[in-house]
Ligand binder design. Sequence first.
Ligand SMILES: CC(C)(COP(=O)(O)OP(=O)(O)OC[C@H]1O[C@@H](n2cnc3c(N)ncnc32)[C@H](O)[C@@H]1OP(=O)(O)O)[C@@H](O)C(=O)NCCC(=O)NCCS
Length: 271
Amino acid sequence: MKQEIIELYNNPPEKWTAKHKALFTAFIDALNKGEIRSCEKENGIWKVNEWVKMGILLGFQMGELTIYQWSEAKPFFDKDTLPEKQFTLADRIRIVPGGSSARNGCYISTGVTIMPPAYINIGAYVDSGTLIDSHSLVGSCAQIGKNVHLSAGAIIGGVLEPVGMRPVIIEDDVFVGGNTGIYEGIIVQNKVVIASGVVITASTPIYDSVREKFLERDSGNSFTIPSKAVVVPGSRRLKSNPDFQIACPIIIKYRDDKTDKAVELEQALRI
Ligand SMILES: CC(C)(COP(=O)(O)OP(=O)(O)OC[C@H]1O[C@@H](n2cnc3c(N)ncnc32)[C@H](O)[C@@H]1OP(=O)(O)O)[C@@H](O)C(=O)NCCC(=O)NCCS
């Protein structure tokens, strides 16, 4: 499948055939089951599977606009290759009624809770025990670990292009506070706490006040937030004009008992 997808991506045909759509269906099936991932950890290092992102992009290219007739009065219009993912009771996932949606081609493990409205895009991987609270977005290809808490309004950015760019990776037991934004290939290591209101992109300098230095760029030309860091909103002087301040998230400390209490997960909320 990998070779076929790379070949099609590099040499797209003038006309898409039923054979191409069957390949895409098999590809999406493997993504749905978590058998293939857009990004995975190998020997301790997160590696982008470019061919998987190529496969997702092929779905957009070969899809034709079609009507999704959910309601006679208010139809939806999107590519016929990319319908809404279907769940059954056997999936053991709670989706509270009221406007959440997951696009086909994302993996959502058992025990995940999704509060409305939330959206999980294609290529995303959400591991067990994670809570996706209201108004959260898990962007395309974002990787979310086990027992992560995405609070209300947490936006985890997606990345489909360029294909080689690393998606946002949130490792196990991370707490992402309300009204936050994490974008552009940031890796958030195990047990990090992102305080509410923090916004991080690959261009946002992050100051570690414990180690007294700015984080350095990692091999993905983005930043890795070290395990157990507690990141709060901060500011610094603007280099070009000291009269102004500019956003600068600060690692205020590394997680301690007090933080654990503040972000404790409620087991009753999980399946
Ligand atoms: C990060 C958080 C968990 C607090 O962690 P904590 O370990 O209890 O932090 P502490 O109270 O020990 O504070 C440590 C330092 O960080 C500062 N700080 C803590 N939270 C901060 C925040 N959100 N913004 C700015 N500074 C903050 C404190 O003032 C303190 O600094 P100081 O020692 O210079 O005074 C909390 O601020 C937070 O963001 N909670 C998430 C709330 C949320 O989004 N809930 C989801 C609802 S859907």
